[in-house]
Design a protein. Structure first.
Lengths: 252, 340
């Protein structure tokens, strides 16, 4: 089951440049939340702060509070433990090329110490079914490598890999930007189904996509969260002038 | 690849305008001035260089083959199984040298692989940025030291340490294996293996560094986002992707170790015997050539040495080709770049 995310006074830096300023936001459990905004406004930085990937960048720094469910993400416990509860899908599909499809999906489980063959088999199948890839690859999960799939299939493989550890939150950073419309459609459907069980935060440049999949939408501009609320409201009746300008295409 | 178009050869020099074209066709000599001629000369010169290199290679092989015929006819394949190296009775078997070359090189690999791969991983993945440059620079410098210097260092520093500390210790703890027994001379197979290891560490670690640097950053992020610890990230996101290239680096190191002459000759003991103990002296193919070639009297003696040379030549060529192929298959033409 998904959990909610509370972000309070979040600031993030790359070296001396501040990329995020005073972000406050509550992500609802078991819903999809879209983040939109012009390029460079800090959307990726923001979701990378949620699973503490931000700090893997040299010289990057974070201040503020992030609560994933009941747990404080920055309370000094290990980042790896946190990341095991949060799945992440990147803009560019990044399956492990030397691993088979099966090994790719099982990678997270193995890191968690599961090695029981039967258990792995079950979870791998279940994850590939939920990422809508199973039908296409079921005959070759041991034979084919992760790199031999098409771009859209690779992205669904990455989703399966993230789902296999049953995360409470799924972060997606422009998951469809490298994909054709058909694959994009598949992944959108998938997000629609997955949000029954997972809390999903998705970054997207495609406003129709945000409108299609997310109940809530946040608009970022220059490192600040300008407006956040029900998707319908943001797209039909935004309260901030800058949001309106952006979604009507007057800038960005 | 997408950027091929960038490298498509372009006509250089001024492009003729329509009117001029006709005039130039009339007088071919004029063409020389528009640079096409120079381009052609250049292309031929390059081609000639390439052909010369190949010709030299073929010539070497041919020389080695033709001049080792005598020994080949006398001993056949048994040459490589014979254990007797007896110039007095004009009877030659090369097994002790083959054995010495293989054992000293394998020993070198066993010692060098963990160290070199470790250094490579440390410089790309773990060490602070400011240390990266100096560290790779120093390891690279190790490769530039002439091998006779390594030999000297081995004689004056390594061998005494082996003799008085390492070998007695090994004999006491691991003597039961039979690999570490006999009088601790210092000089011998063990010293040769260690000095070879030190000499091939720079090659293996710099290749490791190169292939790790081309592992895309998103592979590291994929592993980290799954909750991998740093070491797990290195294992599944980095080493696994680069393993073919690392193996290539190791084989390249092996190629160097097989052919290394001077330093080994100085410490291996130069005795054509096959002994199980690594404390015992040995001999390698390269060392016997260096030591005995100038004083080889008699055609068969000379021919036997040349046959050893031929075998060494073929083995190192094959090993090197294999290694280059493996490294290439990983880096696949991408320039080695510093990781962001
Ligand atoms: N590794 C980095 N080092 C330094 N500055 C960075 C780094 N990554 C991002 N930035 C800066 O931080 C700011 C926010 O970048 P971020 O990647 O979060 O934007 P984004 O909203 O995801 O943009 P896009 O839609 O193009 O992906 C930008 O001004 C960018 O220049
Ligand atoms: Mg981004």
């Amino acid at each position: 089951m998904g959990v909610g995310i509370r972000v309070e006074n979040l600031n993030a830096w790359y070296g001396k440049t501040q990329a995020l300023q005073d972000i406050n936001l509550n992500v609802q459990a078991n819903h999809a939340t879209a983040l939109i905004g012009p390029s460079g406004c800090g959307k990726s930085t923001f979701i990378r702060c949620l699973n503490r990937m931000h700090e893997t960048t040299p010289e990057a720094r974070v201040e503020g509070k992030v609560k994933i469910g009941e747990h404080d993400a920055y309370d000094g416990t290990s980042a790896t433990k946190l990341r095991r509860r949060i799945g992440m899908v990147f803009q560019k599909p990044n399956p492990f090329p030397t691993m088979s499809i099966y090994e790719n999906v099982a990678a997270g489980l193995k890191l968690n110490g599961y090695h029981d063959r039967k258990h792995l088999d079950e979870v791998v199948e279940k994850s590939l079914v939920s990422s809508a890839l199973w039908e296409e690859v079921k005959d070759s999960i041991h034979k084919k490598s992760g790199a031999s799939l098409s771009g859209g299939q690779q992205q669904r493989l990455c989703i399966a890999r993230a789902l296999a550890v049953e995360p409470e939150v799924l972060l997606m950073d422009e998951p469809c930007s490298a994909l054709d419309p058909i694959s994009t459609g598949k992944i959108e459907e998938l997000i629609f189904e997955l949000k029954a069980q997972y809390t999903i935060v998705i970054v997207t440049h495609n406003m129709q996509q945000a409108a299609r999949v997310a109940e809530y939408t946040g608009f970022f501009l220059l490192g600040r969260l300008i407006e956040y609320g029900k998707t319908e409201k943001i797209f039909t009746n935004p309260s901030d002038k800058r949001t309106e300008d952006y979604i009507t295409g007057r800038f960005g | 690849m997408a950027n091929h178009a960038l490298f498509r050869p372009q006509m250089t020099g001024p492009q003729p305008v329509a009117g001029e074209k006709i005039k130039r066709q009339d007088s071919p000599l004029l063409n020389a001035s528009d640079g096409v001629f120079a381009d052609r000369v250049f292309a031929w010169a390059i081609l000639a260089c390439a052909v010369i290199v190949l010709a030299i290679l073929v010539l070497i092989v041919w020389q080695l083959v033709s001049r080792s015929q005598l020994s080949w006819h006398a001993f056949g394949w048994k040459f490589f199984w014979g254990q007797d190296w007896d110039p007095v009775n004009d009877h030659y078997g090369a097994l002790p040298f083959v054995y010495g070359t293989l054992v000293s090189s394998l020993l070198a690999l066993i010692i060098a692989i963990p160290l070199a791969v470790g250094v490579g991983v440390f410089t790309t993945e773990m060490c602070p940025r400011w240390l990266r440059g100096p560290l790779s620079f120093t390891t690279e410098l190790l490769a530039a030291i002439p091998s006779v210097i390594y030999g000297l260092w081995a004689i004056f520093v390594l061998v005494p340490i082996l003799r008085s500390y390492v070998q007695p210790f090994l004999a006491k703890t691991l003597g039961w294996t039979g690999l570490f027994e006999g009088p601790p001379y210092g000089i011998g197979m063990l010293a040769a293996g260690i000095i070879l290891a030190i000499m091939i560490i720079p090659i293996i670690s710099s290749i490791t560094r190169e292939v790790l640097a081309v592992v895309p950053q998103h592979q590291r992020e994929a592993a980290l986002a799954l909750g991998a610890t740093r070491w797990e990230m290195i294992r599944i996101g980095v080493l696994r992707n680069a393993r073919a290239g690392i193996v290539g680096g190791i084989i390249l190191g092996l190629g160097r170790a097989l052919g290394e002459t001077m330093a080994v000759t100085m410490v291996i003991g130069n005795r054509p015997e096959i002994a199980k103990s690594l404390f015992a002296p040995g001999y390698t193919m390269a060392s016997v050539l260096a030591n005995e070639f100038s004083e080889a009297a008699g055609d068969l003696y000379l021919s036997a040495l040349i046959e050893i040379g031929l075998a060494l030549f073929l083995v190192t060529i094959i090993v090197n080709a294999l290694a280059r192929f493996l490294v290439w298959s990983v880096t696949r033409g991408q320039p080695a770049r510093a990781r962001a």
